[in-house]
Design a protein around this ligand. Structure first.
Ligand code: ATP
Ligand code: MG
Length: 445
């Protein structure tokens, strides 16, 4: 993409109403525009990152054996009355009447609808286990939408649902989700710590939230600092392997890590003092096992191996897809702007032409652009007629992890400059070598 043709409405001024850094940078970098309180338009660069995050979620869900599907955003109130949540959900649910006066709502989550699909089509234990998920917009009429996409009213969520015959099978599904989420967040360059949590209005027995540590997080968290040393890495996982998944679950959840809702001071005090940490965190996901709560309320039963009807065991699992953009920026930025992890960056690298209009510089930039593109990489070429300082400031703000700087002086010696956004370190090298280096870096992502 050439910057002169791209829609990147960068703001010079810091927006006054944006209180946290991710919100400020998303506005300044022209990624989102507020449409009304807690509701945003996604401008091209913001949308690109959103899509990258979605893709990682889809890939990791597929790896775990879960099926993608899509349910409507507008749902009839009837099912929600059946489960008892139409009244229980309160003011957070956006209620709508259609032209016939029927009660409809904008989905805040989808347990009811998926359970209805299940009960209509599945009647035998032989069709289990079953896990389906969607990535769909949700609406919750939050009391205080704030912090940009972090606490929106409309937001994009991955929500997944598992149906199993027994509690043991459902607990395997729970562990499998935990494992798959760990990998999902790491691919986005995030460390998200599973913490024992409270189940809230969804209800249920077992639940963990995934928290990214950040000063601006809304949750207070308490943990043993040893949990931050745990890395998922690129282990080989067999998601059907009950023992392997349970082992990883144990590895990542045994050390003390809790939100304020479930915090237990006495237990916490057993952690060696120097490892006892209190901090703030951003909730980027949550997994639940809730037994037969919805299947009983909605009559989702199957014929068991003994021929008798049995209510299925369920769980639901969510990832805050749009919130993740904010969380990633909170975890990865400096005073100049965003620093995208390679896994989610909107463009793989920037090309800065120090002297637009100079024949050699223009030709070298075009050649770099063509070589990178031919390798399947997406560069953002700053081809504006602007001074170098302004170009660098834009690149730093939008946070592409790598920048190739091209100028007539370097070209006389046959070199361009490759700069890491994260470390600020620059190295001179021939253009072909810069291309090869960038290709190498992204081969691992
Ligand atoms: P919170 O406690 O932050 O209100 P929640 O526990 O009610 O969230 P879940 O039902 O667990 O939310 O939804 C799954 C995920 O969706 C959350 O972990 C979070 O990342 C994301 N999410 C929830 N509410 C919002 C929101 N208002 N804006 C953006 N993302 C949200
Ligand atoms: Mg939650």
């Amino acid at each position: 993409m050439r910057l002169t043709r791209y829609f990147l409405p960068v703001l010079k001024e810091t927006p006054a109403d944006a209180q946290i850094v991710s919100h400020r940078y998303m506005l300044r970098a022209g990624m989102i525009k507020q449409a009304s309180a807690g509701i945003y338009s996604w401008l091209p660069m913001g949308f690109k990152v959103l899509r990258k995050i979605e893709n990682i979620v889809h890939e990791e869900q597929a790896r775990a054996g879960h099926m993608a599907m899509l349910m409507p955003t507008i749902q009839s109130a009837d099912l929600w009355r059946e489960s008892g949540r139409y009244d229980a959900y309160g003011d957070e649910m956006l209620r709508i009447k259609d032209r016939h006066g029927r009660d409809m709502l904008f989905t805040p989550t989808a347990e009811e609808l998926i359970t209805d699909i299940f009960r209509s089509h599945v009647s035998s234990y032989k069709d289990l286990p079953l896990t389906m998920y969607q990535i769909q917009w949700k609406f919750r009429d939050e009391r205080r939408p704030r912090f940009g996409v972090m606490r929106g009213r409309e937001f994009l969520m991955k929500d997944g649902y598992n149906f199993d015959l027994t509690k043991e099978d459902a607990l395997h599904a729970y562990n499998r989700h935990l494992v798959s989420y760990l990998r999902t967040y790491e691919r986005m360059g995030l460390q998200a710590i599973p913490m024992r949590a409270d189940s809230g209005p969804i209800g249920g027995d077992d639940t963990h939230e995934f928290l990214v540590l950040a000063e601006t997080g809304e949750s207070e968290v308490f943990y043993d600092s040893a949990v931050t040393d745990l890395k998922f890495g690129d282990r080989e996982i067999d998601f059907d392997d009950v023992v392997q998944c349970a082992g990883i679950m144990e590895e990542f959840t045994t050390k003390y890590a809790r939100t304020d809702e479930t915090h237990d001071e006495a237990l916490f005090n057993k952690v060696p003092e120097e490892r006892r940490k209190t901090a703030r965190g951003i909730e980027v996901g949550q997994i639940f096992y809730f037994g037969t709560k919805y299947s009983e309320a909605l009559g989702a039963t199957v014929q068991g191996p003994d021929g008798k009807p049995t209510a299925v065991h369920m769980g639901s699992h969510g990832i805050g897809v749009s919130r993740l953009l904010g969380a990633i920026i909170e975890a990865s930025h400096d005073e100049k702007g965003i620093i995208w992890p390679e896994g989610v960056t909107p463009f793989h690298c920037g090309i800065v032409n120090l002297k637009q209009g100079d024949e050699d510089a223009d030709a070298a930039c075009e050649a770099l652009y063509a070589s990178l593109t031919a390798l399947g990489l997406e560069p953002l070429y700053d081809d504006r007629n602007e001074r170098a300082g302004g170009k660098f400031a834009t690149m730093d703000l939008i946070g592409l992890p790598w920048r190739i700087t091209v100028g007539p002086r370097g070209l006389k010696n046959g070199v361009v400059e490759l700069t890491s956004r994260r470390t600020g370190e620059s190295e001179e090298m021939p253009p072909e070598q810069a291309v090869a280096r960038i290709a190498d870096i992204y081969a691992a992502h």
